[in-house]
Every structure is written in structure tokens, then in C-alpha cells.
Design a protein around this ligand. Structure first.
Ligand code: ADP
Length: 628
């Protein structure tokens, strides 16, 4: 993460900030507008009280005209009341937006992960990067998640400062009457310079100190320390929780591992009283913060002195003096706060670099634009032309010089020992990866030229490690909440799940698994397999691929599934993968994989007759399972 350490310029800070605002606004429309309105109203509101009380005090200390006083009091009540109402409405609007913000925020990462090239998704670096981003956000809001806070603070600060400038302008524009002698100096360059210095020096110094504290607390070392502490804390505190960790709960109870967990957790001192944070706040960072606050007292003192001297000299009344004191104090306080937020925003930009590094991972897969015409004759011709592929970061070829042409509507088997490249072959066919050498063609055109989603539509694959969702049965099969119930029921029946479906009181609406619904049904591995096959059938794609069913199935059960599948796949081009040769003997063509190469191809009888060939060798090695 070397680039994180590079200095952040103000230009970069601003660009990244605007980009973040645009991105977040896209996911939560209206968020920033509601924040801006709320910030403006709440920044302006205190000034109404300042203005009206100044007028009322001036009148009380001066002419004391009852009608004028009444007018000011009524105006004060009306304006502050209206502002309070407006503030409340703006707050409601903003709060409603904020509630959806956290939900929408997480969708940004989900969208990216779902849209990312599979090869990138699988990389450890991608997982590490995302985990760092989320951890930095969790421990101190360092990153994109905190952009609304900065937006709010910046708008509030800018409006507050502008309001204060308007309110205190009169302080400099109203001269001291000539009769008061030396106090006239207050309006001259010396007086103004002294006041300017008394305001500017402590303000700049305080902001600088606040920025330093921010830098220390958000430093790389501190965020690493906090991330580690958080991970340990989360790991140990969620040990006994349900959900994903329920599987561990039994062992923990059986062997009394809570005590062990407590022991290790006590060893992590990140957030303890003598930990690095506590030490920083008790020492250097705490002192700098205290100094920053103390400095603002110097400014306040100087402002009081200046304003009181001018009022004493007769430049304005008591009420106006309170207005100026309020305004100048708000001006300096607002400036310190705004500068601190700007410094913090700059520190955060370092972390935003990582966020955008993640969000900018390119989607190479999505650059094709051709559509795969929807052919009613299902004449989709696929060819592997001298394809070689290596997994990202691997040194060995998983596939080497693979050439094969699929005959439309035929049954093709892919056999070979574990690790020979069968699944990789299917992953390339489905374009989860692109080959480094050679080409895969669909109807004579490189598959990279097709629109990716369109291309994916022509395949139904039951992967070896398929996953069902904790959703109703019918929705699982259809991949959608709205579906054709009749077709789903037929797909389930074709896949051999018919009897079980009839026994479920809620039928297609039965919730699978218990993650979200205590009434959900827990299904067996074999049943899950059938549902996964039904899902592939329901998709009704021209190509149907069955990667070897789970190792939990015995050879006979596997052969049964394949035979059944053969019957129901109709006019589709079907591809079967297995390391058990008997399962695929009915196929029109069998490809024999060995160490990433196709070493033989032909039908079962032809291949078996080639003595000394790989197929012959594998067949006899496996014959013991199904000879009798
Ligand atoms: P099969 O399906 O025949 O059991 P695979 O296609 O899964 O074989 O694997 C082929 C080769 O690629 C093996 O050497 C395996 O270790 C390697 N391999 C598979 N998946 C990955 C991966 N995601 N990353 C790196 N290597 C992999």
C-alpha cells in the first residue's frame, strides 16, 4: 500500500471529495440536498436570536419605545418560530435519507463485487483490499462512509462563517465618534492589525494543532493497530453467536473454550486503559487538543476587549455590542471547526484512494457488445481452438493446447482424474476466465466479442459446489420472486424432486433453510442437488452442464442422476463432467483429460478398445465399483 503514503494535495482532496459525493448521491438520491438544507437552516438559526436580542437590548438601554419593542418581540418570536419549524422539517427529511443511506451504502460494494470479473473476485488481493477498506470504515469512519459527515460540516461551517461575517461587518464599518480621542485608534490600521493578529494567529495555530491530532489518530500505524484489535474483538465476541458461527458452538461448549477465548482477548490491549489510544489521548494528542481549545480563549478575550472598547467610546449600543461579540466568536469558532474538518478530510483522502482503487477495478469481461441471437433452432456452435489457461498467479498450466468442437444437441462427457482440468474447461466455456492463449468461438466469433450477460444466458451449469439461497423453494429454482409456478413444478419433478415437493405443505413457497425463518426446511445434500438441477432445467438454456455431483453421492447414485439427466435434457447440448467413467458411458462423445490436455476422444466402446490409453487405464482402475 505504498501509494497510501504519498502526500495528499488539496486538489486531490477536492476531486476525490466531489467524486465521492456524486457516487453516494447516485445510490441515495436527495441525501446531499437534504443535508445541505438542514445544514443551512441550522447554521442560520442561532443568528436570528443574536440579531433580535441585540435590537431589543439596544431599545431597552436607549429610547425604550414600547411600540418598537413590541414590534421586535413579535418579529423575534415569528422568525425564530418559523426557523425552528423549518429546522425540524429539514431534520426529518435528512434523517429519513440517512436511514436509507447505510443500506444503500453497502450496495455500492455488493454491486461492485457482483459485477466484477470472476478472476478478480477470486484474487486474495481483492478480498484483502475490501477487508481493509471496511475495517478502516468500521473503526473510525475513515473512508467513503464518512463523506456525508464532511459535507454536512463543510456546508454548516461555510454558511456559519458567511453569516457571522455579515453580522460583524458593522463592527468595522461603524466609526468611533471623533470626540473620544485616543480610542479613535481602534478604527485605524494599528487597532485593526492588532485585532486581526489576535484572531488569526490563535485560529491558524489551533487548526494546525487539530490537524496534527487527526493525523496521529488516523495514521497508518494506528489504523493497522485498531484493525487488528477490532478483528480480535469481533472474532472472540462472536464465538458463541448463532448464524455462521453456530457450527463452532458445540465444540466451544464441549471443551470449555470460552475461557481460552477470554484469555487471548485479554492479551489484545488495543482499546485498554494502557493501550496505544489511551496513551495518545493522555499524552501528546490530548495535550495538543487542549492547547487548541485554550488558544481559542485568547481570541475570545481579544474580541471582547475590542468590541467593549468601541462600545465604550460610543460607536454603538450595548445590544449591538453583544451581537458583534456573538458574531466574531462564531466567526473564529466556525473557522477553527471548518479548518479542522478540511484537515480531517485530507487525512481521509488517503483511505479513499483505497476505496476507489477497489471500485475502479476494471471489468474486462463486460466490454463485448455483440448479442447472441436467440435462435429457435438452438444451433449454437462452440469451438475451443488451441486454448491454454493458467490461473492468475499460478505457474502451471491448468489447460494446455485444448482444441475441441461441440456438436449441437449431442451429449458430451468430460472425464479424467481429479485436477486434470475438467472444471477449468467449463469455467472457460462460461467465460468466468479468459484464456491466455488460443480462442473460444461461438458460431465462429470469439466469445469475448459478445455481451457478457447475453453470452451467459446460453448456459445452465450445475456446478460441483452449487449454492442454494435461504429463500422459498420456487424462487430458488426460478432465480426470481415472480415465476411460472407450473414450469417450476415441472422442472422439480423432472429433476426427481416431485415426491418430496408433494410432501411439503407449503409446496413451492416452502422456505429453504432456517437462516431467516424458523419454519424453514433443512434439506439433504441429495435433495439440494435435485433442486439445483431443476434450476438449470428451468433456465432452459441451449447448453446444459452438469459438473460432477458432490462426492457425498456414491457411484450408483451419480450414474442414476446422469442417466435421468440425459433423458430430461431433450434437444439441448449437454456436457457431463465426472471422474467416474461409468456415469458418462452413454455419451456420444467422451473427452479424456489428463494434466490439462485432452489426451483421447471418442465414444465409450472405441476408447475402451484402445488398450494402454488413459481411458482404458482409468476404466479398469475404477471397474471394482461397478463390475458386479
Ligand atoms: P478437475 O475439475 O479435473 O478436478 P480443475 O479444473 O478443478 O480439475 O483443476 C485443474 C488444475 O487447476 C488443478 O491443478 C488445480 O489445482 C488448479 N486449480 C483449480 N482451480 C484453481 C484456482 N482457483 N486457482 C489456482 N489453481 C486452480
Amino acid at each position: 500500500m505504498k501509494q497510501d503514503m504519498e502526500k495528499v494535495t488539496w486538489r486531490e482532496t477536492w476531486q476525490v471529495f466531489l467524486r465521492s459525493v456524486r457516487l453516494l448521491e447516485r445510490y441515495t438520491p436527495g441525501l446531499f440536498l437534504s443535508m445541505a438544507v438542514n445544514a443551512v437552516v441550522s447554521a442560520v438559526t442561532p443568528y436570528a436570536a443574536v440579531i433580535f436580542s441585540a435590537r431589543i437590548i439596544d431599545e431597552l438601554a436607549g429610547a425604550r419605545r414600547a411600540d418598537v419593542l413590541w414590534r421586535w418581540v413579535i418579529a423575534a418570536v415569528a422568525v425564530t418560530g418559523a426557523l425552528a419549524l423549518l429546522q425540524h422539517l429539514a431534520m426529518r427529511w435528512k434523517t429519513a435519507r440517512e436511514h436509507t443511506y447505510y443500506y444503500n451504502y453497502n450496495i455500492i460494494y455488493k454491486d461492485k463485487l457482483l459485477g466484477m470479473d470472476y478472476a478478480d473476485l477470486e484474487k486474495q488481493e481483492t478480498a484483502d483490499l475490501l477487508s481493509q477498506i471496511r475495517q478502516n470504515e468500521n473503526w473510525a469512519g475513515l473512508g467513503l462512509i464518512n463523506i456525508p459527515h464532511f459535507f454536512d460540516a463543510l456546508v454548516r461551517g461555510a454558511v456559519g462563517i458567511a453569516g457571522a461575517v455579515v453580522l460583524c461587518a458593522g463592527l468595522f464599518l461603524t466609526p468611533v465618534p471623533a470626540v473620544t480621542g485616543t480610542l479613535g485608534l481602534l478604527d485605524g490600521p494599528v487597532g485593526l492589525l492588532a485585532l486581526g493578529l489576535a484572531i488569526a494567529v490563535p485560529t491558524v495555530l489551533a487548526s494546525w494543532l487539530q490537524g496534527k491530532v487527526g493525523d496521529v489518530l488516523t495514521s497508518e500505524a494506528m489504523s493497522d493497530e485498531a484493525n487488528l484489535g477490532n478483528r480480535i474483538f469481533n472474532a472472540f465476541t462472536s464465538l458463541n453467536a448463532g448464524g455462521e458461527t453456530i457450527s463452532r458452538a458445540l465444540d466451544i461448549r464441549m471443551y470449555g473454550q470460552q475461557a481460552l477465548a477470554r484469555h487471548y482477548m485479554a492479551g489484545s490491549h488495543t482499546f485498554s486503559a494502557d493501550g496505544p489510544y489511551a496513551k495518545l489521548m493522555a499524552g501528546k494528542a490530548g495535550l495538543m487538543r487542549a492547547a487548541a481549545v485554550a488558544l481559542s480563549a485568547v481570541t475570545t478575550g481579544a474580541v471582547y476587549l475590542y468590541v467593549c472598547l468601541k462600545a465604550w467610546a460610543g460607536a454603538f449600543g450595548v445590544g449591538t455590542a453583544t451581537q458583534y461579540i456573538g458574531a466574531v466568536t462564531a466567526l473564529t469558532g466556525g473557522t477553527v471547526a471548518l479548518l479542522k474538518e478540511l484537515m480531517d478530510l485530507r487525512s481521509t483522502t488517503r483511505y479513499l484512494r483505497r476505496t476507489f482503487q477497489f471500485l475502479d477495478i476494471p471489468n474486462a469481461m463486460y466490454q463485448g457488445s455483440l448479442t447472441t441471437e436467440k435462435r429457435s433452432d438452438r444451433q449454437y456452435d462452440v469451438e475451443f481452438r488451441d486454448v491454454s489457461f493458467r490461473y492468475p498467479g499460478a505457474s502451471d498450466w491448468a489447460l494446455r493446447h485444448v482444441s475441441v468442437k461441440f456438436k449441437v444437441g449431442k451429449r458430451l462427457a468430460v472425464v479424467g482424474e481429479n485436477g486434470s482440468g475438467k472444471t477449468t474447461f467449463i469455467k472457460l466455456l462460461c467465460r468466468l476466465y479468459d484464456p491466455q492463449e488460443g480462442q473460444i468461438l461461438l458460431n465462429g466469433i470469439d466469445i469475448r466479442k459478445y455481451d457478457y450477460r447475453d453470452y451467459m444466458d446460453i448456459f445452465s451449469v450445475v456446478f460441483q459446489d452449487f449454492q442454494l439461497m435461504s429463500q422459498p423453494l420456487g424462487a430458488n429454482v426460478a432465480g426470481s420472486a415472480d415465476y411460472d409456478r407450473e414450469r417450476v413444478a415441472r422442472a422439480l419433478t423432472d429433476a426427481g424432486f416431485g415426491e418430496r415437493l408433494a410432501s411439503l405443505p407449503e409446496g413451492l413457497d416452502t422456505q429453504l433453510y432456517r437462516d431467516y425463518d424458523g419454519e424453514g426446511v433443512q434439506i439433504s445434500g441429495g435433495e439440494a442437488q435435485k433442486i439445483a438441477i431443476a434450476r438449470a432445467l428451468y433456465k432452459d438454456a441451449p447448453f446444459i452442464v452438469l459438473d460432477e455431483p458432490t462426492a457425498a453421492l456414491d457411484p450408483m447414485a451419480e450414474a442414476e442422476i446422469y442417466a435421468q439427466f440425459n433423458e430430461i435434457s431433450g434437444d439441448k447440448t449437454a456436457i457431463y463432467i465426472s471422474h467416474r467413467l461409468s456415469s458418462c458411458r452413454f455419451c456420444d462423445e467422451i473427452l479424456v483429460f489428463d494434466h490439462g490436455r485432452i489426451v483421447q476422444h471418442g465414444d465409450h466402446d472405441g476408447l475402451l478398445s484402445q488398450e494402454g490409453g488413459k481411458y482404458h487405464q482409468l476404466w479398469h482402475a475404477q471397474a471394482q465399483y461397478y463390475d458386479e
